[in-house]
Design a protein around this ligand. Structure first.
Ligand SMILES: [Zn+2]
Length: 255
């Protein structure tokens, strides 16, 4: 049962179709790990905390730089040089004291990935770093964790969701060249495009918790699909992303 204060705080969500008090209870008992609290993660973490996801983990190794403030909208000028994780944790906790927010001031890498993800129900990769994305992909498949990943380049964005048995990131992108792996580190950042990705990643995680035990899951999430857009020309498309039967990551672990 929701408490009276929860009913008041989450009233606008409870009134939505497919949420209700039962859905809100699911969110309050859910946990999400967000890897990267930069441009995308600022938005994802804000919406998930506001929505009342009961436990949110934040992983980031970076400190707040003046050049981050143009697109990482969680941060304030007065907090320059502080660890992003600490600043984000404090701000989100002030916004919603009901939930638990845990911070990990470190980079996710091959040595700690399994340990970081093991205690969370859903993993969100917002790093826009393809090397990290491949590590998260492998770790989540090895542990049967659902996850989403999003990346951007200037005005363009892409997002996909994996649940056990569906296409993984390597199914589509195992053959990227070293040049393509570097591409997303250059070329400027469009804040409002990364905000769309952040919002979509929060939404996909929330829908996962609301629908994971229902046949609607595949209809409502970007599973076996890749969402792409370009805000410079206002182009949005959902592409089919088939599972690769010879994928070097998921074909060896799953059916
Ligand atoms: Zn795969």
């Amino acid at each position: 049962m929701l408490s009276e204060s929860h009913k008041q705080r989450y009233l606008r969500a409870i009134n939505l179709p497919d949420v209700g008090e039962e859905g809100q209870l699911k969110l309050l008992s859910a946990s999400v790990l967000i890897v990267g609290i930069g441009a995308i993660g600022s938005i994802t973490s804000t919406y998930l905390a506001a929505a009342g996801v009961g436990r949110i983990g934040l992983v980031d190794f970076d400190t707040i730089d003046i050049g981050d403030l143009q697109h990482q909208v969680l941060y304030e000028t007065s907090f320059l040089n502080r660890p992003k994780v600490r600043s984000a944790q404090a701000k989100l906790q002030r916004m919603n004291p009901d939930i638990t927010i845990e911070g990990y001031f470190q980079a996710l890498d091959v040595r700690n990935a399994l340990k970081l993800i093991q205690d969370y129900d859903f993993i969100i990769d917002t790093t826009n770093n393809l090397h990290t994305t491949f590590i998260i992909n492998q770790a989540c498949i090895a542990t049967d964790k659902p996850f989403s990943t999003a990346g951007y380049y200037q005005y363009q964005g892409q997002i996909m969701i994996h649940i056990p048995g569906s296409a993984c990131f390597a199914c589509a992108f195992e053959n990227l060249t070293p040049q393509e792996l570097r591409r997303n580190m250059q070329g400027g950042v469009c804040g409002f495009s990364t905000g769309i990705l952040g919002s979509m990643q929060a939404g996909e995680a929330l829908k996962y918790f609301l629908h994971r035990d229902t046949p609607h899951l595949y209809d409502t999430l970007l599973i076996n699909a890749l969402g792409i857009f370009d805000t410079q020309i206002l182009y949005f498309k959902k592409l089919t992303l088939p599972k690769n039967p010879s994928c070097p990551v998921c074909s060896k672990i799953q059916n």
